[in-house]
Design a protein around this ligand. Sequence first.
Ligand SMILES: Nc1nc2c(c(=O)[nH]1)N[C@H]1C(S)=C(S)[C@@H](COP(=O)(O)OP(=O)(O)OC[C@H]3O[C@@H](n4cnc5c(=O)[nH]c(N)nc54)[C@H](O)[C@@H]3O)O[C@H]1N2
Ligand SMILES: Nc1nc2c(c(=O)[nH]1)N[C@H]1C(S)=C(S)[C@@H](COP(=O)(O)OP(=O)(O)OC[C@H]3O[C@@H](n4cnc5c(=O)[nH]c(N)nc54)[C@H](O)[C@@H]3O)O[C@H]1N2
Ligand code: SF4
Ligand SMILES: [Mo]
Length: 855
Amino acid sequence: MKTVCTTCPYCGVGCGVIASSDGTIKGDPDHPANFGRLCSKGSALGETIGLEGRLLAPKVLGHDASWDNALDLVATKFSKAIRDYGPDSVAFYGSGQLLTEDYYVANKLMKGYFGSANIDTNSRLCMASSVAGHKRAFGTDTVPGTYEDLEQADLIVLVGSNLAWCHPVLFQRIAAAKAARPNMRVINIDPRITATSDLADLHLQVRADSDVALFNGLLAHLADAGKCDDDYVTRHVNGYTQALDAARQSNASDTGLSDAELQQFYAMWAATEKVVTVYSQGVNQSTSGTDKVNAIINCHLATGRIGKPGMGPFSATGQPNAMGGREVGGLANMLAAHLDIENPDHRDALQAAWNSPTMCTTAGLKAVDLFQACANGQIKALWVMSTNPAVSLPDADGVAEAIRNVPFTVVSDIMARTDTGDLADVLLPAAGWGEKNGTVTNSERRVSRQRAFLPAPGQARPDWQIISGVAQRMGFDGFDYESPEEIFKEYAALTALSQKFAKDLDLTDLADADYDGLGPVQWPVGGTDRFFANGGFFHADGKAKMLPLAAPALETGKFRLNTGRIRDQWHTMTRTGKSAKLGAHLAEPYVEMHPADAATLGVSAAELVRLDQKGIFRVLISENIAAGTLFAPLHWTRQTSSAGTVNSAVNVGTDPFSGQPALKSADVSAEKFGAGWYGFAVSAVPMTPSRPYHAIAKTQTGWQAECAGVKTPTDWELEARNITGMQSGPAATLYDISTGQTRVAIIDDNKIAALFFASPDPVVVARQHAANLIGQEVSSLSALAGRAAADQPDPGPTVCACFQVGANTLRDAIIAGANSVDTLGAKTCAGTNCGSCKPELAAMISQFKLPVAAE
Ligand SMILES: Nc1nc2c(c(=O)[nH]1)N[C@H]1C(S)=C(S)[C@@H](COP(=O)(O)OP(=O)(O)OC[C@H]3O[C@@H](n4cnc5c(=O)[nH]c(N)nc54)[C@H](O)[C@@H]3O)O[C@H]1N2
Ligand SMILES: Nc1nc2c(c(=O)[nH]1)N[C@H]1C(S)=C(S)[C@@H](COP(=O)(O)OP(=O)(O)OC[C@H]3O[C@@H](n4cnc5c(=O)[nH]c(N)nc54)[C@H](O)[C@@H]3O)O[C@H]1N2
Ligand code: SF4
Ligand SMILES: [Mo]
């Protein structure tokens, strides 16, 4: 058995993991990102490393091919496109989930050997506004602070960040710090009330995209209250007066908050020296995203609250290597080592270091434009790596069409079937997490090793090796790498250029370090932990810039659709979807809707809603969302649902500075989906229900499917067989003529192989219990009751993923007196492993706690 210290492949917290080849996963107690903690996704990594669904050999036009044939073909097609149509006729689309070494090699090939910058990444959908905001304010893309600041702060302001679900270990660090120092305060600014709001002393339910107005209002208040640091501003900041003048033009009532709420927020911020403002996609994914970033940074610059312990603006990165990608110049408008593409000296220096034949001279196409160029015929050869754009880009169906329109498309992925892979001419099998070596950089600039503990399956190869193989076949020197270590050392040495041009990034000390034994290390290596406490910005005069910002006009449309993440799934679910534990939390695509809107549309709880004629989602009626707005998760795809790909209904503009799409604000129509029947099925085998509405998920015993259709089937047994994939074996059907409810059990070898429940209304059945019956002996037909027997209480929908504790179990324990998260944990185990469900436990306690009798 092999055991290694490695890094979690999901979010940008970058937790250290101790992983073994038998699938055991533990948090690394010595890693400074998590000190042993893991969230539900990290804890379930062992369930996701199986080979089910993996791409194990190269495929050309759907047929297995040898590596030689596949790589020759890719090299020939790219060479020919460049020869016939020029370097800008080819494009790469990469990912913040590539390792630094993969990312570096792809950029070197594209920018230094093809001579085009048409290489962009999903970081355009994620961090681009933060990058643009940092560059405007600081002169370079620097995150000034560290995770410790979040523990040392007296006030944490979360803006457009559902930290409890998206950066759970950081959230837990804050929660622990707050428990230890009860005077610490947390403010959450989000148009939705979320699990994160549970920790907040103040939740500001702002109008969407009113963040610039809010922070402009704060800046004016800080000036009026005499809280600006004149000395810091004079010595280190340009643009104060203009920024303040512009801020005074803004109208804080745009936020929709009451005066009392605004004054409370301003007063708390003004009164607290140690304040950290953490922001994420509610800020970045907006047509005013870059301005939002600068509106936040303006307030920190004006007060000098930056770069000192417990204070500063903090952009939480999404993906495990969002930060590393930025360091190696992963975006179409950047060069490696934080060098600028517009600067000829930077370009020349990089070309000299690479000793490369050519160099791109201008920025390339940004993600949305890149796929537009695919649609209009400019792109003749496209290579997509470690991302699923046919799901994750806005106008996902248009993007799929655009990819189809490219004469030659290569997709490198670990999975045989993804919505993007299905469109490829060539599929290349990549080695996945646990099978390859390299480095990633987390949100606090800490470089950590990923280490292999499993053999690469089938013919899978690490991405750097695949890219290098094509480069060599195209006749380029400079790609004869034998290992990721060689690549890392070349890149680390190259960051000397960043120093030469007075930039921030310096990894040169790592160029001679022991790569195998490299522990987590923060940059600047051996320097200070934080930037800018005493100025030292990276604009030519060494000063920072405050920006004069106008708040955008806020539109009122039909419904405003906000999108984002849920606790237990990662993006397009290609990995987390393999875990039954993770699937049990929220198992189908849903749309959150205010009760008033539900009443207007005539939809009741658990019915279905159609968005923009394209998507169909289960309605979740909730007071946590404002009337006129909707929220839907981004995770479901055409593989896991019939119509749950939310980006099919998301058609949005981009930020003018960063090119980041406004994924939080699609204008959509919504109507009730008139289902004639609803169904729920569990089966021992994977299902492809192909019904107008369906969504599948993994269970402990096989698979489950939610479905619905318009026309009620006449033969329910046939319907059950078609949906569950169980064509043979005896079936028992129960039909209740008074309610129209139907139950079908299909038996194989005297064991229950599939169960199907249908009803004219949303199906009420103990789903977890039904799933657990699969594979059981058929002692009686009581299985068809669809509810648990008295001696086997139904735990209800899963809340705690680690211990599979359901909502009913928790409700009963709360009613029996468990009235704190800790006692509930002691009684049921819920929340005692990763702790990701603690906000939900707290919410349930306030819902079900019996009122204490007056004494
Ligand atoms: N479980 C899980 N965790 C993840 C991921 C995942 O897929 N699953 N993905 C990772 C990645 S790549 C990323 S980028 C991060 C994202 O992490 P987050 O940004 O925290 O997550 P989101 O759910 O995208 O959006 C955050 C919040 O922005 C709010 N919001 C929307 N519009 C506005 C607005 O105008 N103003 C304000 N103030 N708020 C607004 C939304 O209501 C939402 O609650 O998560 C990372 N972590
Ligand atoms: N509506 C809406 N859309 C969004 C967002 C939103 O908030 N709302 N958020 C956006 C953001 S912030 C992000 S980051 C994107 C994420 O969106 P994507 O990047 O498209 O989503 P993933 O599912 O993470 O895709 C990663 C792919 O890489 C594959 N893979 C895993 N490991 C490896 C490997 O080692 N090598 C290779 N070659 N492949 C691998 C996986 O199987 C998967 O197919 O979504 C964006 N889209
Ligand atoms: S918080 Fe969770 S998903 Fe993020 S790195 Fe840590 S364990 Fe992984
Ligand atoms: Mo992201």
